[in-house]
Design a protein around this ligand. Structure first.
Ligand code: FES
Length: 78
């Protein structure tokens, strides 16, 4: 499984001790669906039933949005 996510940021996020959870760890989102990027907010729970070999797109990159399967990505110049 994989998912297509649109990012608009053009630079890094700076993390510090205020980003640590109660356990002293910093959890960085790797699923791309967090509303608190770059930190994990639990949105990855929406991906638990994604199937291997399928690429998904969540409406508005919202984990509660409609989830659709992507068949192919079309490039503008093709
Ligand atoms: S890994 Fe993305 S929200 Fe947790």
């Amino acid at each position: 499984m994989a998912r297509e996510v649109t990012h608009e940021e053009r630079g890094p996020a700076k993390l510090d001790e205020s980003d640590m959870g109660d356990d002293g760890m910093i959890y960085v989102c790797e699923c791309g669906l967090s509303n608190s990027k770059p930190l994990c907010d639990g949105s990855h729970n929406a991906t638990t039933d994604e199937e291997d070999g399928v690429v998904y797109k969540y409406e508005n990159d919202d984990p509660d949005g409609e989830r659709r399967e992507i068949d192919a990505i079309a490039y503008a110049e093709e």
